[in-house]
Design a protein around this ligand. Structure first.
Ligand SMILES: *[C@@H]1O[C@H](CO)[C@@H](O)[C@H](O)[C@H]1NC(C)=O
Ligand SMILES: *[C@@H]1O[C@H](CO)[C@@H](O)[C@H](O)[C@H]1NC(C)=O
Ligand SMILES: *[C@@H]1O[C@H](CO)[C@@H](O)[C@H](O)[C@H]1NC(C)=O
Ligand SMILES: *[C@@H]1O[C@H](CO)[C@@H](O)[C@H](O)[C@H]1NC(C)=O
Ligand SMILES: *[C@@H]1O[C@H](CO)[C@@H](O)[C@H](O)[C@H]1NC(C)=O
Ligand SMILES: *[C@@H]1O[C@H](CO)[C@@H](O)[C@H](O)[C@H]1NC(C)=O
Ligand SMILES: *[C@@H]1O[C@H](CO)[C@@H](O)[C@H](O)[C@H]1NC(C)=O
Ligand SMILES: *[C@@H]1O[C@H](CO)[C@@H](O)[C@H](O)[C@H]1NC(C)=O
Ligand SMILES: *[C@@H]1O[C@H](CO)[C@@H](O)[C@H](O)[C@H]1NC(C)=O
Ligand SMILES: *[C@@H]1O[C@H](CO)[C@@H](O)[C@H](O)[C@H]1NC(C)=O
Ligand SMILES: *[C@@H]1O[C@H](CO)[C@@H](O)[C@H](O)[C@H]1NC(C)=O
Ligand SMILES: *[C@@H]1O[C@H](CO)[C@@H](O)[C@H](O)[C@H]1NC(C)=O
Length: 852
């Protein structure tokens, strides 16, 4: 209620702002709950219309939403015996709920969602209370009563920010006789609903008021304008509304660097019962150098240093705070009085992602800690020589993008629902294909393309490249500062390949035409990386200085070169559709040269597969095997030999990515790279006559199955990583809703049901039922095309097979008959080969002589 009212006020006051309307998907409620004295999923009751009462004898509620949900938590109270505090936790997996901070806090980016997975509420009246913060992804929730009161809830749930279509009801879907495969397929249909966000559904997490920025406990948000500042004094005014206030200096754009939290005197009656006075004593400054005061499983933090403050820090009172970066120390003053001096020489070294360059350089940022609330205003940054470097009252919404806090105004797909909440361009490749095979929400694809290209650079050394992980809340104006361009260069190719895939499935020329110049500029930028000596993808001289890093493998290597060839090939049909034949020819010829160079220089007969790179001839990887097959570089015998090699990469439930990786208990098996491989294994089977699906079956039966068979970890969505024992791969940090892990969702319809487009938008398509190899007796499904749905099915009964397919008008379809069979269609007999199916009809084909 409070949040809604504040939101409405904000909307009225700023009606000139372009704030996109909330897309309302309605409320989502738990499926079952357990009421008791502690965390439990035993003897859960169906959640229904009955009210639920928490009391000192039954203070703990465990709520299970069944699958991953996203939204604004709300609580509808019928009655309470007095002001009641509750501690609420959210988690993707069940075991994390036992931890103090559940599966948080996030240490990476704010992502226009709550940084914390635990929040405390003070409920005082009956009616609805909605959290200010979005929780990006969770299946579980707990509510713990903190006060000696009794409270009765009419309802608890999320105001969903994600669409809620059940997997069986999304526009495209499939079903097979293997229930596990069906559950695996569903993961993709859910993940692209929770990890894609509509414009309007991720509002700013800063509230701008006449009194400055009102900021609730979250990671600090840094100004893009301060990125290059060094040795400065930051001063600002802050008023604590609850608990404390926080800020950073010498930070990277991600919250990383010198971090200060100032606590209030914790006034009686206004302080949450669960305030951790060990972590945050009253009237003190807590300092850390790194990400957060609290660790998040694998993301460790450095020790917290404490500086008691002599003056009493009152709530609802403005204080002038400053922090000077001096050669020896960070010197903090409050109202002109020095209260802390943090020795810079004694700072620990921090070694995490995107670390800061040195303790003197980097931006400043603001954000109170967990459950705290504070106002910030009147920011000044002054250099050592007295020059005013920055000044801002924080009273205008125009500053939000500078702090990566602007409300989302384009619909985009994120890498993960709960984290990182970045628009990673590499993840986009799988996302496009999963979405095409399930929800068909093309607006998320075109929105992501728009969002990413808005950041494309037009000058060297990055001319043509796009940001690899644009922030929600940021803006093109601050692109070069807020984003990374040089890291993970092959992500640029995965983005281009994703665009090609979008065109392949949708045939939507008009959606891509506005970006054609930008697409070509990016492709051109990547062509500059072709090494003139090797003909493989290498490093340009500029990048050799910066240091080149690719995700899929080293430069002058099989994986990155084959991926680039694949990306170019995928753009050829688009170039042709746009009448740009010169570009089509260039991409075709370049891709052919790249695949030739791979075969000439990297195929290694002794090894029995492609070498990882010129520098590492004895190493190989599943990404190299996958992309050499997908790009067409590998012929039948090369593909067969490479696939046979995969046994050596076996690691627990799945396969490690490279031969150089060490398979240990905490190895992170990547469903992302295994997804490229899964696609390649089926392609090799269908197109290259590699008639052995043993490994594809291991991938589905042993590897992806772990995401659907373990209730404590099950999220109904696909996981970022797994360990060899089948548990989530980076412990609680692991995103359990990551589209890059949902390849089966597009592989099963394409190769198992067997419907594949052979030209953009299924104008021509082939139906190749996969009758053997996976032990299935039946598969059926709907494939969405711009010409209408293709409904296809096959069912084995003894030695005959019933095959049917609707052929939308405007499409040309042929059925590829299984080897050694005869078929009857339209009263005529056919032998092995292709049968053209009649347009605009439901085709029934009866096959005889099928042998398993
Ligand atoms: C969800 O929140 C939005 C924005 O505050 C509001 O417009 C909408 O009515 C809410 N939906 C429900 C079902 O409460
Ligand atoms: C809790 O409240 C009940 C009823 O008001 C009271 O009898 C009891 O003493 C209280 N317990 C504590 C620990 O404050
Ligand atoms: C599709 O396959 C599923 C799983 O085998 C089966 O239960 C269902 O009846 C089939 N549907 C149709 C329309 O054939
Ligand atoms: C809870 O709200 C009541 C009523 O507004 C207020 O009196 C009380 O101080 C609040 N408690 C806390 C811990 O904020
Ligand atoms: C409170 O903080 C201390 C010190 O950081 C920590 O050891 C402890 O686990 C925290 N307790 C809770 C309940 O978070
Ligand atoms: C803090 O208080 C102590 C004791 O009153 C005093 O000795 C000290 O100088 C004060 N420190 C500062 C920085 O004001
Ligand atoms: C900032 O100060 C440190 C310590 O005095 C010094 O080493 C460094 O060069 C200064 N940086 C800049 C950019 O002036
Ligand atoms: C003062 O410092 C700023 C920023 O560090 C620098 O740009 C400026 O040139 C300096 N001015 C003088 C007069 O030294
Ligand atoms: C093609 O994309 C455009 C822009 O996103 C959209 O308006 C249009 O409906 C799409 N056309 C088809 C046939 O889906
Ligand atoms: C492909 O390689 C051939 C032979 O080296 C060369 O002549 C041709 O220019 C190359 N084509 C492209 C587009 O790079
Ligand atoms: C091929 O692989 C073998 C076996 O790992 C290795 O010894 C050899 O150096 C490689 N040959 C070339 C030409 O890269
Ligand atoms: C199929 O592949 C598996 C895994 O590589 C291998 O163990 C098996 O021998 C192969 N089967 C045949 C018939 O080649």
């Amino acid at each position: 209620m409070v949040r809604t009212m504040l939101r409405l006020l904000a909307l009225c006051a700023l009606s000139l702002d372009l704030v996109r309307a909330f897309v309302d998907y309605g409320n989502v409620y738990p499926r079952v709950y357990t009421l008791g004295s502690t965390l439990s999923i035993d003897d859960a009751s169906p959640y229904g219309k009955a009210s639920i009462t928490l009391s000192p004898s039954q203070p703990f509620l465990t709520l299970d939403y069944g699958i991953e949900q996203a939204g604004f938590p709300f609580f509808i109270v019928i009655s309470l015996s007095g002001p009641t505090q509750i501690e609420v936790k959210y988690s993707e997996e069940f075991p994390a709920l036992a931890g103090d901070q559940s599966d948080g806090p996030w240490t990476f980016t704010i992502g226009l969602a709550n940084t914390f997975r635990v929040e405390t509420f003070n409920l005082t009246d009956s009616g609805k209370t909605e959290s200010f913060f979005l929780q990006g992804g969770q299946r579980w929730q707990t509510i713990r009563l903190l006060t000696n009161t009794t409270i009765t809830f009419e309802a608890v749930g999320f105001n969903s920010t994600a669409s809620l279509v059940l997997p069986e009801h999304v526009p495209a879907h499939i079903s097979t006789s293997n229930a596990i495969y069906n559950d695996i397929w569903d993961l993709g249909a859910r993940v692209v609903q929770v990890a894609c966000v509509d414009a309007g559904n991720a509002p700013s997490t800063w509230e701008i008021t006449e009194d400055g920025a009102l900021v609730r406990g979250q990671g600090t948000a840094q100004s893009a304008k301060g990125a290059l500042f060094s040795n400065y004094t930051l001063s600002f005014a802050s008023k604590i509304t609850r608990g404390g206030t926080g800020w950073r200096v010498a930070s990277s754009q991600n919250p990383q660097g010198a971090y200060f939290v100032l606590t209030s005197n914790y006034p009686v009656g206004k302080t949450f019962v669960n305030t951790n006075r060990t972590l945050l004593p009253a009237n003190s400054i807590a300092f850390t150098y790194g990400t957060s005061l609290l660790p998040q499983e694998t993301v460790t933090t450095t020790a917290v240093q404490y500086y008691p403050v002599n003056i009493t820090i009152e709530e609802d009172t403005w204080y002038d705070i400053s922090t000077a970066i001096t050669p020896a120390a960070y010197v903090v003053s409050i109202n002109g009085l020095v209260v802390a001096s943090v020795s810079i020489a004694d700072l620990p070294t921090i070694g995490s992602y995107f670390s800061v360059s040195d303790p003197y350089t980097g931006s400043f940022g603001f954000g109170p800690f967990h459950d705290q609330v504070a106002y910030f205003k009147d920011v000044n940054v002054v250099s050592q020589n007295g020059t005013l470097l920055y000044q801002n009252s924080l009273t205008s919404r125009e500053i939000l993008a500078e702090y990566a806090q602007a409300s989302l105004e384009t619909s985009v797909c994120l890498d993960g629902a709960k984290r990182d909440r970045l628009v990673w361009i590499g993840d986009f490749y799988h996302t496009v294909k999963v979405l095409a095979a399930s929800t068909q929400r093309w607006d998320y694809i075109t929105g992501s393309i728009e969002f990413i290209f808005a950041g494309q650079l037009t000058d060297s050394p990055f001319e043509g490249l796009v940001p690899i992980d644009p922030y929600l809340g940021g803006s093109p104006e601050f692109n070069r500062i807020q984003n990374t361009f040089a890291g993970l260069l092959d992500y640029q190719d995965l983005f281009l390949a994703g665009i090609g895939e979008f065109f392949h499935y949708s045939g939507n020329t008009s959606a891509l035409q506005p970006y054609w110049t930008q697409i070509k500029a990016l492709a051109q930028a990547r062509l500059a990386f072709i090494d003139p000596y090797s003909g493989l993808i290498g490093a340009t001289p500029e990048f050799a200085d910066i240091g080149v890093f690719n995700f899929l493998g080293p430069v002058n290597g099989s994986a990155v070169t084959a991926l680039n060839a694949y990306a170019l090939q995928g753009l050829v049909p688009l170039a042709e559709a746009l009448g740009d034949h010169g570009t089509a020819q260039l991409y075709t010829a370049t891709a052919a040269n790249l695949t030739r160079a791979i075969n000439e220089q990297l195929w290694n007969d002794t090894l029995g597969t492609y070498s990882l790179s010129l520098d590492l001839p004895s190493n190989y990887s599943l990404t190299a095997i996958a992309w050499t097959i997908l790009s067409g570089a590998a012929n039948s015998s090369q593909a067969a030999s490479s696939i046979a090699k995969l046994d050596e990469l076996r690691c627990g439930v799945g396969y490690k990515t490279g031969s150089g990786d060490v398979c240990s208990d905490n190895y992170e098996i990547s469903p992302n790279t295994n997804g490229f491989l899964l696609d390649a294994l089926f392609k090799a089977h269908r197109d290259l006559d590699v008639r052995n699906l043993t490994i594809a079956r291991v991938e589905l039966d042993d590897f992806w199955s772990v995401m659907v068979t373990q209730n404590e970890y099950y999220s109904g969505a696909s996981w970022e990583y797994t360990h060899p024992d089948g548990s989530p791969g980076i412990e609680r940090f692991t995103s359990l809703a990551h589209p890059w892990s949902a390849a089966p969702t597009y592989v099963l319809p394409e190769y198992v049901l067997g419907v594949a487009a052979t030209s953009p938008g299924y104008a021509t398509w082939e139906f190749t039922p996969l009758l053997g190899g996976l032990g299935l007796t039946e598969a059926n499904g709907t494939i969405g095309t711009p010409f209408g749905d293709i409904e296809a099915s096959w069912r084995i009964a003894g030695d005959s097979v019933e095959i049917s397919a609707t052929v939308p008008r405007g499409t040309d379809a042929s059925l590829v008959l299984p080897e050694g069979c005869t078929a009857r269609y339209k009263g005529r007999s056919h032998r092995t080969g292709h049968i053209r199916l009649r347009k605009g009809e439901l085709a029934h084909v009866k096959v005889h002589g099928w042998q398993r």
